[in-house]
Design a protein around this ligand. Structure first.
Ligand code: SAM
Length: 248
C-alpha cells in the first residue's frame, strides 16, 4: 500500500464522487476523534462497495457524527469473488471469528442456516454486520458482503441458481474438496455449506447429496470445528476457483 495515503479507511453507504460530502455516524466519528485522534483537515479513505475508494478530508467531528468532503478517487471499483458461505450458527466467540475471517477471505454473502441439529438459533445480525464492516475496512476489500438473517436450510436452497455449485462439507465419506474443485470453471460462482457442531443428520445428508448443484466434499480425516472447516473450505475454493488464482 502507498504509505503516503491515510491509514484510516471507512465504509460508508452513501454515493461517492469528487466534491461530494459524506456523513459519518456517531460510531465512526468517535473512532476518528477519540481512537485515531483525527481532527478537521485530516485525511481518510472511503469506500462504499460501488464507486471505488476515495480520499476524503474531515470537515467536522462531534459526539453525534461527522462530515467529510470527498476528494480524488484512489482506486476504481473491482469485483470480489462470487462466493457464498452458508453455515449453521455456532456460539458467540467462534461465530464472531468465523465472520471476521470469512470476510477477510473474500466471501460475498454470509447466510446462517438452521439445520435439524442446529442448537444456536438466535443470531445478532447487527453485531455480525459490524464485524463484517470492520473486517472489510481492515482487509482493504472493495465490496461489502451481505450478512443475511438466519433461515431454515431448505429455504436457503429455494430458488438456488443452477450455476452456483454448493460444496457441502461433510465428515462422512466424500471426495476431497481440492479434487472436487478441479472441475469448476475459474471465476465461476460458488458456495460452501458447513453443518452444526452435531453435524448433518442422515436425512439431510441424503437430501443434500441428491441436489443437482450440490457436491459433498471432505476436508480430510480429522473432525474440524465448524469455524475451522469453514475457513479451510474458503481457502481451498479461493485458491482453485476464486481470486487467489494467478491472473485472477
Ligand atoms: N460430529 C459431527 C460430524 O461427525 O459430522 C461433527 C461436526 S463438525 C464439528 C461441524 C461441521 O464442520 C460439519 O458438519 C462439516 O460441515 C464440517 N466439517 C468438520 N470436519 C470436516 C471434515 N473433515 N470434512 C468435511 N467437513 C467437515
Amino acid at each position: 500500500m502507498d504509505e503516503t495515503r491515510p491509514k484510516v479507511r471507512l465504509y460508508v453507504s452513501s454515493p461517492l464522487a469528487a466534491g461530494g460530502v459524506a456523513t459519518l455516524d456517531a460510531g465512526q466519528a468517535h473512532y476518528l476523534r477519540n481512537v485515531m485522534r483525527l481532527s478537521p483537515g485530516d485525511g481518510v479513505r472511503l469506500f462504499n462497495g460501488v464507486d471505488g475508494e476515495w480520499l476524503a478530508t474531515v470537515d467536522g467531528l462531534s459526539r453525534k457524527g461527522g462530515g467529510v468532503t470527498v476528494g480524488e478517487r484512489l482506486r476504481a471499483q473491482t469485483a470480489d469473488a462470487d462466493l457464498w458461505l452458508l453455515f449453521a450458527p455456532v456460539k458467540r466467540a467462534p461465530l464472531d471469528l468465523l465472520v471476521q475471517k470469512a470476510v477477510e477471505l473474500g466471501v460475498s454473502r454470509l447466510q446462517p442456516v438452521l439445520t435439524r441439529r442446529t442448537v444456536v438459533e438466535r443470531v445478532n445480525i447487527d453485531r455480525l454486520d459490524a464485524i463484517a464492516v470492520e473486517a472489510a475496512e481492515q482487509s482493504q476489500r472493495m465490496s461489502m458482503p451481505e450478512v443475511a438473517e438466519p433461515v431454515e436450510l431448505a429455504a436457503a436452497l429455494d430458488d438456488w441458481p443452477a450455476r452456483r455449485r454448493l460444496y457441502f462439507c461433510d465428515t462422512g465419506e466424500a471426495p476431497p474438496m481440492a479434487e472436487a474443485l478441479a472441475s469448476d470453471a475459474p471465476g465461476s460462482p460458488g458456495a460452501v455449506l458447513i453443518g452444526p457442531e452435531g453435524g448433518f443428520d442422515p436425512g439431510e445428508r441424503q437430501w443434500l447429496a441428491a441436489l443437482p448443484y450440490a457436491a459433498p466434499v471432505s476436508l480430510g480425516p480429522r473432525i474440524l470445528r465448524a469455524e475451522t472447516a469453514a475457513l479451510a473450505a474458503l481457502v481451498l475454493w479461493q485458491s482453485a476457483v476464486g481470486d487467489w488464482r494467478s491472473g485472477a
